[in-house]
Design a protein around this ligand. Sequence first.
Ligand SMILES: NC(=O)c1ccc[n+]([C@@H]2O[C@H](COP(=O)([O-])OP(=O)(O)OC[C@H]3O[C@@H](n4cnc5c(N)ncnc54)[C@H](O)[C@@H]3O)[C@@H](O)[C@H]2O)c1
Length: 370
Amino acid sequence: MGPQLLTAFLVIYSMEPMKQQSTLQPFRTLAAPASSRSTLPWCWRSQRVLLTGAGGFIGCHLAEHLVRAGAHVKALVHYNSRNDWGLLECLPDDIKACLDVLSGDLTDITFVGQAVRDCQIVFHLGALIAIPYSYRSPRHFMDTNVMGTLNVMQACLDAQVSKVIHTSTSETYGSARYTPMDEAHPLHGQSPYAASKIAADKVAESFYCSFELPVATIRPFNVFGPRQSARAVIPTIISQALAEETIRLGSLNPIRDFTFVEDTVNAFLKVAESSQSIGEVFNIGTGHGITIGEVTEMILDLCGRQKNIVVEEERRRPTHSEVNALLCNNVKAKAILGWEPQYSLTQGLQRTIDYIAQHPYRYKTGTFNI
Ligand SMILES: NC(=O)c1ccc[n+]([C@@H]2O[C@H](COP(=O)([O-])OP(=O)(O)OC[C@H]3O[C@@H](n4cnc5c(N)ncnc54)[C@H](O)[C@@H]3O)[C@@H](O)[C@H]2O)c1
Protein backbone atom coordinates (compact mmCIF):
# COMPACT_ATOMS: atom_id res chain seq x y z
CA MET A 1 0.00 0.00 0.00
CA GLY A 2 1.51 3.39 -1.07
CA PRO A 3 1.65 6.38 1.30
CA GLN A 4 -1.37 8.11 -0.31
CA LEU A 5 -3.47 4.98 -0.15
CA LEU A 6 -2.39 4.51 3.45
CA THR A 7 -3.49 8.08 4.22
CA ALA A 8 -6.82 7.43 2.53
CA PHE A 9 -7.18 4.27 4.58
CA LEU A 10 -6.53 6.13 7.83
CA VAL A 11 -8.88 9.00 6.97
CA ILE A 12 -11.70 6.68 6.06
CA TYR A 13 -11.08 4.38 8.98
CA SER A 14 -11.20 7.35 11.38
CA MET A 15 -14.61 8.34 9.91
CA GLU A 16 -16.06 4.88 10.26
CA PRO A 17 -18.76 5.71 12.86
CA MET A 18 -20.26 8.27 10.42
CA LYS A 19 -19.90 6.09 7.32
CA GLN A 20 -21.43 2.89 8.47
CA GLN A 21 -21.50 0.95 5.20
CA SER A 22 -18.10 1.71 3.76
CA THR A 23 -15.61 -1.11 3.91
CA LEU A 24 -12.10 -0.63 5.25
CA GLN A 25 -10.67 -1.05 1.79
CA PRO A 26 -10.54 2.59 0.71
CA PHE A 27 -10.54 2.56 -3.08
CA ARG A 28 -11.76 -0.10 -5.44
CA THR A 29 -12.24 0.04 -9.19
CA LEU A 30 -14.35 -1.98 -11.55
CA ALA A 31 -12.33 -4.41 -13.63
CA ALA A 32 -13.05 -3.38 -17.21
CA PRO A 33 -13.75 -6.15 -19.70
CA ALA A 34 -10.48 -6.83 -21.56
CA SER A 35 -12.04 -5.71 -24.85
CA SER A 36 -12.91 -2.26 -23.52
CA ARG A 37 -9.75 -1.53 -21.52
CA SER A 38 -7.79 0.00 -24.35
CA THR A 39 -10.65 2.42 -25.16
CA LEU A 40 -11.02 3.80 -21.61
CA PRO A 41 -9.69 7.33 -21.15
CA TRP A 42 -6.28 6.73 -19.62
CA CYS A 43 -6.55 9.58 -17.17
CA TRP A 44 -9.53 8.21 -15.20
CA ARG A 45 -7.92 4.87 -14.37
CA SER A 46 -5.53 6.41 -11.87
CA GLN A 47 -7.61 9.33 -10.61
CA ARG A 48 -8.95 9.62 -7.08
CA VAL A 49 -12.25 11.47 -7.46
CA LEU A 50 -14.69 12.95 -4.96
CA LEU A 51 -18.28 13.52 -6.03
CA THR A 52 -20.63 15.66 -3.90
CA GLY A 53 -24.36 15.17 -4.52
CA ALA A 54 -23.56 11.59 -5.57
CA GLY A 55 -26.93 10.37 -4.28
CA GLY A 56 -28.76 12.80 -6.55
CA PHE A 57 -30.04 12.46 -10.10
CA ILE A 58 -27.02 13.68 -12.09
CA GLY A 59 -24.54 12.53 -9.43
CA CYS A 60 -25.60 8.88 -9.56
CA HIS A 61 -25.15 8.78 -13.35
CA LEU A 62 -21.77 10.51 -13.09
CA ALA A 63 -20.66 8.10 -10.35
CA GLU A 64 -21.57 5.15 -12.56
CA HIS A 65 -19.62 6.55 -15.54
CA LEU A 66 -16.56 7.32 -13.44
CA VAL A 67 -16.46 3.81 -11.98
CA ARG A 68 -16.86 2.30 -15.46
CA ALA A 69 -13.99 4.52 -16.67
CA GLY A 70 -11.75 3.08 -13.95
CA ALA A 71 -11.61 6.00 -11.50
CA HIS A 72 -11.42 5.55 -7.73
CA VAL A 73 -14.69 7.16 -6.66
CA LYS A 74 -15.54 8.57 -3.26
CA ALA A 75 -19.24 9.37 -3.28
CA LEU A 76 -20.52 11.95 -0.80
CA VAL A 77 -24.22 11.52 0.07
CA HIS A 78 -26.36 13.55 2.44
CA TYR A 79 -26.47 11.95 5.89
CA ASN A 80 -29.75 10.40 6.99
CA SER A 81 -30.62 8.05 9.80
CA ARG A 82 -31.63 5.25 7.39
CA ASN A 83 -28.14 4.91 5.89
CA ASP A 84 -29.88 5.49 2.56
CA TRP A 85 -27.52 6.32 -0.31
CA GLY A 86 -30.22 8.03 -2.35
CA LEU A 87 -30.20 7.22 -6.05
CA LEU A 88 -26.86 5.40 -5.75
CA GLU A 89 -29.04 2.57 -4.45
CA CYS A 90 -30.32 2.16 -8.05
CA LEU A 91 -26.88 1.33 -9.44
CA PRO A 92 -25.84 -2.22 -10.32
CA ASP A 93 -24.23 -4.12 -7.44
CA ASP A 94 -20.81 -4.32 -9.12
CA ILE A 95 -20.74 -0.52 -9.45
CA LYS A 96 -21.91 0.04 -5.88
CA ALA A 97 -19.21 -2.31 -4.63
CA CYS A 98 -16.57 0.00 -6.16
CA LEU A 99 -17.85 3.15 -4.48
CA ASP A 100 -16.59 4.55 -1.26
CA VAL A 101 -19.71 6.16 0.10
CA LEU A 102 -19.35 8.87 2.72
CA SER A 103 -22.46 10.25 4.33
CA GLY A 104 -22.36 13.70 5.88
CA ASP A 105 -23.32 17.30 5.31
CA LEU A 106 -21.81 19.91 2.99
CA THR A 107 -22.34 22.59 5.61
CA ASP A 108 -19.91 20.80 7.95
CA ILE A 109 -16.41 22.07 7.09
CA THR A 110 -14.72 19.35 9.15
CA PHE A 111 -16.51 16.60 7.27
CA VAL A 112 -15.90 18.21 3.87
CA GLY A 113 -12.23 18.75 4.69
CA GLN A 114 -11.76 15.08 5.57
CA ALA A 115 -13.66 13.95 2.48
CA VAL A 116 -11.54 16.01 0.08
CA ARG A 117 -8.16 15.39 1.67
CA ASP A 118 -6.86 12.48 -0.45
CA CYS A 119 -8.60 13.34 -3.75
CA GLN A 120 -7.21 14.80 -6.97
CA ILE A 121 -10.42 15.75 -8.76
CA VAL A 122 -13.60 17.02 -7.09
CA PHE A 123 -16.97 17.23 -8.81
CA HIS A 124 -19.22 19.49 -6.74
CA LEU A 125 -22.88 18.77 -7.52
CA GLY A 126 -24.41 18.65 -4.04
CA ALA A 127 -27.09 21.32 -3.61
CA LEU A 128 -30.69 22.00 -2.78
CA ILE A 129 -32.31 22.46 -6.17
CA ALA A 130 -36.14 22.51 -5.93
CA ILE A 131 -37.32 26.04 -6.76
CA PRO A 132 -40.71 25.75 -4.97
CA TYR A 133 -38.92 24.63 -1.79
CA SER A 134 -36.58 27.62 -2.14
CA TYR A 135 -39.58 29.97 -1.74
CA ARG A 136 -40.34 28.32 1.60
CA SER A 137 -36.79 27.86 2.96
CA PRO A 138 -34.49 30.43 1.37
CA ARG A 139 -32.06 30.37 4.28
CA HIS A 140 -31.65 26.61 3.94
CA PHE A 141 -30.70 27.17 0.28
CA MET A 142 -28.12 29.79 1.20
CA ASP A 143 -26.62 27.59 3.92
CA THR A 144 -26.36 24.53 1.66
CA ASN A 145 -25.56 26.05 -1.71
CA VAL A 146 -23.41 29.02 -0.71
CA MET A 147 -21.75 27.92 2.53
CA GLY A 148 -21.55 24.34 1.27
CA THR A 149 -19.72 25.57 -1.83
CA LEU A 150 -17.44 27.75 0.29
CA ASN A 151 -16.58 24.66 2.36
CA VAL A 152 -15.84 22.62 -0.77
CA MET A 153 -13.63 25.34 -2.26
CA GLN A 154 -11.74 25.91 1.00
CA ALA A 155 -11.20 22.16 1.47
CA CYS A 156 -9.99 21.82 -2.14
CA LEU A 157 -7.56 24.69 -1.63
CA ASP A 158 -6.24 23.18 1.61
CA ALA A 159 -5.86 19.75 -0.03
CA GLN A 160 -4.28 21.22 -3.20
CA VAL A 161 -6.54 19.22 -5.49
CA SER A 162 -5.65 19.32 -9.17
CA LYS A 163 -9.15 20.22 -10.42
CA VAL A 164 -12.57 21.24 -9.06
CA ILE A 165 -15.63 21.07 -11.30
CA HIS A 166 -18.29 23.32 -9.82
CA THR A 167 -21.91 22.90 -10.96
CA SER A 168 -23.92 26.00 -11.81
CA THR A 169 -27.34 26.12 -13.50
CA SER A 170 -29.01 27.96 -16.38
CA GLU A 171 -31.45 29.33 -13.77
CA THR A 172 -28.69 31.80 -12.82
CA TYR A 173 -29.43 33.68 -16.07
CA GLY A 174 -33.12 34.26 -15.32
CA SER A 175 -35.47 34.97 -18.25
CA ALA A 176 -33.56 35.24 -21.51
CA ARG A 177 -32.70 38.81 -22.53
CA TYR A 178 -31.53 37.34 -25.84
CA THR A 179 -31.43 33.83 -27.27
CA PRO A 180 -29.56 31.62 -27.52
CA MET A 181 -27.91 32.55 -24.20
CA ASP A 182 -24.14 32.51 -24.09
CA GLU A 183 -21.92 32.60 -21.00
CA ALA A 184 -21.81 36.43 -21.13
CA HIS A 185 -25.60 36.66 -20.57
CA PRO A 186 -26.32 38.71 -17.40
CA LEU A 187 -27.17 36.81 -14.22
CA HIS A 188 -30.52 37.46 -12.53
CA GLY A 189 -31.66 35.88 -9.26
CA GLN A 190 -35.35 35.29 -9.93
CA SER A 191 -35.73 32.70 -7.15
CA PRO A 192 -33.84 32.05 -3.91
CA TYR A 193 -32.47 28.94 -5.63
CA ALA A 194 -31.07 31.02 -8.51
CA ALA A 195 -29.67 33.59 -6.07
CA SER A 196 -27.94 30.88 -4.05
CA LYS A 197 -26.41 29.35 -7.19
CA ILE A 198 -25.21 32.78 -8.44
CA ALA A 199 -23.54 33.31 -5.06
CA ALA A 200 -22.03 29.81 -5.17
CA ASP A 201 -20.69 30.45 -8.68
CA LYS A 202 -19.10 33.67 -7.46
CA VAL A 203 -17.50 31.88 -4.49
CA ALA A 204 -15.96 29.39 -6.93
CA GLU A 205 -14.85 32.21 -9.24
CA SER A 206 -13.28 34.10 -6.34
CA PHE A 207 -11.23 31.06 -5.30
CA TYR A 208 -9.89 30.82 -8.85
CA CYS A 209 -9.10 34.54 -9.07
CA SER A 210 -7.79 35.01 -5.54
CA PHE A 211 -6.01 31.74 -4.81
CA GLU A 212 -5.50 30.15 -8.25
CA LEU A 213 -7.65 27.20 -7.23
CA PRO A 214 -8.09 25.23 -10.50
CA VAL A 215 -11.88 25.57 -10.79
CA ALA A 216 -13.99 25.00 -13.90
CA THR A 217 -17.72 25.74 -13.83
CA ILE A 218 -20.27 23.76 -15.80
CA ARG A 219 -23.67 25.40 -16.31
CA PRO A 220 -26.23 22.77 -17.37
CA PHE A 221 -29.57 23.72 -18.88
CA ASN A 222 -32.55 21.51 -17.87
CA VAL A 223 -31.38 17.92 -17.47
CA PHE A 224 -33.72 14.93 -17.66
CA GLY A 225 -33.49 11.15 -17.85
CA PRO A 226 -33.96 7.89 -15.97
CA ARG A 227 -33.99 8.06 -12.13
CA GLN A 228 -34.96 11.76 -11.98
CA SER A 229 -37.64 12.34 -9.35
CA ALA A 230 -41.09 13.76 -10.03
CA ARG A 231 -40.11 17.13 -8.58
CA ALA A 232 -38.75 17.89 -12.07
CA VAL A 233 -41.12 18.71 -14.89
CA ILE A 234 -40.48 15.85 -17.34
CA PRO A 235 -40.95 13.02 -14.79
CA THR A 236 -44.02 14.91 -13.50
CA ILE A 237 -45.54 14.90 -16.97
CA ILE A 238 -44.60 11.28 -17.74
CA SER A 239 -45.81 9.86 -14.43
CA GLN A 240 -49.13 11.67 -14.83
CA ALA A 241 -49.41 10.61 -18.49
CA LEU A 242 -49.03 6.98 -17.38
CA ALA A 243 -51.23 7.09 -14.28
CA GLU A 244 -53.70 9.97 -14.21
CA GLU A 245 -56.75 11.05 -16.20
CA THR A 246 -55.51 14.64 -16.40
CA ILE A 247 -52.05 16.24 -16.65
CA ARG A 248 -51.76 19.00 -14.00
CA LEU A 249 -49.00 21.53 -14.55
CA GLY A 250 -47.91 25.12 -13.88
CA SER A 251 -47.43 27.51 -16.77
CA LEU A 252 -47.25 25.85 -20.22
CA ASN A 253 -45.54 28.76 -21.95
CA PRO A 254 -41.95 28.81 -20.62
CA ILE A 255 -39.34 27.64 -23.11
CA ARG A 256 -36.70 25.18 -21.89
CA ASP A 257 -33.66 23.51 -23.44
CA PHE A 258 -33.84 19.89 -22.27
CA THR A 259 -30.60 17.87 -22.25
CA PHE A 260 -30.47 14.11 -21.75
CA VAL A 261 -28.50 13.16 -18.64
CA GLU A 262 -25.98 10.99 -20.55
CA ASP A 263 -25.00 14.05 -22.58
CA THR A 264 -24.69 16.18 -19.45
CA VAL A 265 -22.50 13.55 -17.76
CA ASN A 266 -20.29 13.43 -20.84
CA ALA A 267 -19.85 17.20 -20.52
CA PHE A 268 -18.78 16.83 -16.86
CA LEU A 269 -16.09 14.37 -17.95
CA LYS A 270 -14.90 16.60 -20.77
CA VAL A 271 -14.67 19.64 -18.49
CA ALA A 272 -12.59 17.60 -16.05
CA GLU A 273 -10.32 16.25 -18.78
CA SER A 274 -9.68 19.59 -20.53
CA SER A 275 -6.67 21.64 -19.49
CA GLN A 276 -8.35 24.68 -21.06
CA SER A 277 -11.40 24.62 -18.79
CA ILE A 278 -9.75 26.09 -15.68
CA GLY A 279 -11.20 29.49 -14.77
CA GLU A 280 -13.94 29.09 -17.39
CA VAL A 281 -17.73 28.65 -17.39
CA PHE A 282 -19.35 26.30 -19.92
CA ASN A 283 -23.01 26.28 -20.91
CA ILE A 284 -24.23 22.74 -21.49
CA GLY A 285 -27.47 22.47 -23.45
CA THR A 286 -28.68 21.34 -26.85
CA GLY A 287 -29.47 24.74 -28.36
CA HIS A 288 -33.06 23.63 -29.07
CA GLY A 289 -35.95 25.19 -27.17
CA ILE A 290 -39.44 23.80 -26.59
CA THR A 291 -42.35 25.04 -24.48
CA ILE A 292 -43.64 23.00 -21.54
CA GLY A 293 -46.95 22.64 -23.42
CA GLU A 294 -45.18 21.27 -26.51
CA VAL A 295 -43.05 18.79 -24.57
CA THR A 296 -46.23 17.58 -22.83
CA GLU A 297 -47.83 16.89 -26.22
CA MET A 298 -44.67 15.04 -27.32
CA ILE A 299 -44.75 12.85 -24.21
CA LEU A 300 -48.45 12.07 -24.67
CA ASP A 301 -47.74 11.06 -28.28
CA LEU A 302 -44.81 8.83 -27.24
CA CYS A 303 -46.98 7.23 -24.54
CA GLY A 304 -49.82 6.78 -27.04
CA ARG A 305 -52.25 8.70 -24.78
CA GLN A 306 -54.66 11.58 -25.17
CA LYS A 307 -55.28 13.50 -21.94
CA ASN A 308 -56.49 16.92 -20.88
CA ILE A 309 -53.81 19.32 -19.72
CA VAL A 310 -54.90 21.54 -16.83
CA VAL A 311 -52.96 24.55 -15.56
CA GLU A 312 -53.15 24.79 -11.75
CA GLU A 313 -52.54 28.20 -10.21
CA GLU A 314 -50.69 26.74 -7.19
CA ARG A 315 -48.17 25.11 -9.54
CA ARG A 316 -47.23 28.42 -11.20
CA ARG A 317 -44.21 30.36 -10.04
CA PRO A 318 -44.86 33.94 -8.81
CA THR A 319 -45.00 36.25 -11.86
CA HIS A 320 -41.58 37.87 -11.49
CA SER A 321 -39.96 34.57 -10.50
CA GLU A 322 -41.05 32.68 -13.61
CA VAL A 323 -38.16 32.27 -16.04
CA ASN A 324 -39.84 32.63 -19.42
CA ALA A 325 -37.11 31.22 -21.63
CA LEU A 326 -33.83 29.34 -21.22
CA LEU A 327 -32.12 28.44 -24.47
CA CYS A 328 -28.47 27.50 -24.61
CA ASN A 329 -25.70 28.81 -26.81
CA ASN A 330 -23.26 25.89 -26.59
CA VAL A 331 -20.63 27.18 -29.04
CA LYS A 332 -17.95 27.47 -26.33
CA ALA A 333 -18.40 23.89 -25.09
CA LYS A 334 -18.28 22.60 -28.66
CA ALA A 335 -15.16 24.60 -29.53
CA ILE A 336 -13.09 24.08 -26.37
CA LEU A 337 -14.33 20.75 -25.02
CA GLY A 338 -15.37 19.10 -28.28
CA TRP A 339 -18.73 18.36 -26.60
CA GLU A 340 -21.81 17.61 -28.71
CA PRO A 341 -25.17 16.29 -27.51
CA GLN A 342 -25.68 12.74 -28.81
CA TYR A 343 -29.34 12.20 -27.89
CA SER A 344 -32.34 13.80 -29.57
CA LEU A 345 -35.19 14.93 -27.33
CA THR A 346 -37.32 12.05 -28.64
CA GLN A 347 -34.65 9.45 -27.83
CA GLY A 348 -34.13 10.85 -24.33
CA LEU A 349 -37.86 11.05 -23.63
CA GLN A 350 -38.37 7.46 -24.79
CA ARG A 351 -35.61 6.23 -22.46
CA THR A 352 -37.15 8.21 -19.59
CA ILE A 353 -40.67 6.96 -20.28
CA ASP A 354 -39.40 3.36 -20.35
CA TYR A 355 -37.64 3.85 -17.01
CA ILE A 356 -40.64 5.46 -15.28
CA ALA A 357 -43.00 2.79 -16.66
CA GLN A 358 -40.74 0.12 -15.15
CA HIS A 359 -40.41 1.88 -11.76
CA PRO A 360 -43.91 3.15 -10.87
CA TYR A 361 -43.25 2.73 -7.13
CA ARG A 362 -40.69 5.56 -7.31
CA TYR A 363 -43.37 8.05 -8.45
CA LYS A 364 -46.12 9.22 -6.12
CA THR A 365 -48.95 8.99 -8.61
CA GLY A 366 -51.64 6.34 -8.81
CA THR A 367 -51.09 2.93 -10.40
CA PHE A 368 -49.71 3.13 -13.92
CA ASN A 369 -52.03 2.08 -16.68
CA ILE A 370 -49.49 0.67 -19.15
N1 LIG B 1 -31.39 18.64 -12.72
C1 LIG B 1 -31.23 19.70 -13.50
O1 LIG B 1 -32.00 19.93 -14.42
C2 LIG B 1 -30.09 20.66 -13.25
C3 LIG B 1 -29.88 21.70 -14.18
C4 LIG B 1 -28.83 22.58 -13.96
C5 LIG B 1 -28.00 22.44 -12.87
N2 LIG B 1 -28.22 21.44 -11.97
C6 LIG B 1 -27.30 21.33 -10.84
O2 LIG B 1 -26.76 20.02 -10.84
C7 LIG B 1 -26.50 19.59 -9.51
C8 LIG B 1 -27.16 18.25 -9.28
O3 LIG B 1 -28.55 18.38 -9.54
P1 LIG B 1 -29.53 17.11 -9.47
O4 LIG B 1 -30.60 17.30 -10.47
O5 LIG B 1 -28.75 15.87 -9.48
O6 LIG B 1 -30.17 17.36 -8.03
P2 LIG B 1 -30.53 16.33 -6.87
O7 LIG B 1 -31.41 17.07 -5.90
O8 LIG B 1 -31.04 15.07 -7.45
O9 LIG B 1 -29.09 16.06 -6.21
C9 LIG B 1 -28.50 16.95 -5.29
C10 LIG B 1 -27.91 16.12 -4.17
O10 LIG B 1 -27.32 17.00 -3.20
C11 LIG B 1 -27.56 16.45 -1.93
N3 LIG B 1 -27.51 17.46 -0.86
C12 LIG B 1 -28.40 18.44 -0.61
N4 LIG B 1 -28.07 19.10 0.51
C13 LIG B 1 -26.94 18.51 0.97
C14 LIG B 1 -26.12 18.73 2.11
N5 LIG B 1 -26.38 19.72 3.00
N6 LIG B 1 -25.05 17.93 2.30
C15 LIG B 1 -24.77 16.92 1.43
N7 LIG B 1 -25.50 16.67 0.34
C16 LIG B 1 -26.59 17.46 0.12
C17 LIG B 1 -28.96 15.87 -2.02
O11 LIG B 1 -29.17 14.88 -1.03
C18 LIG B 1 -28.97 15.31 -3.44
O12 LIG B 1 -28.63 13.93 -3.44
C19 LIG B 1 -27.00 20.70 -8.59
O13 LIG B 1 -25.90 21.50 -8.21
C20 LIG B 1 -27.95 21.52 -9.47
O14 LIG B 1 -28.00 22.87 -9.06
C21 LIG B 1 -29.25 20.54 -12.14
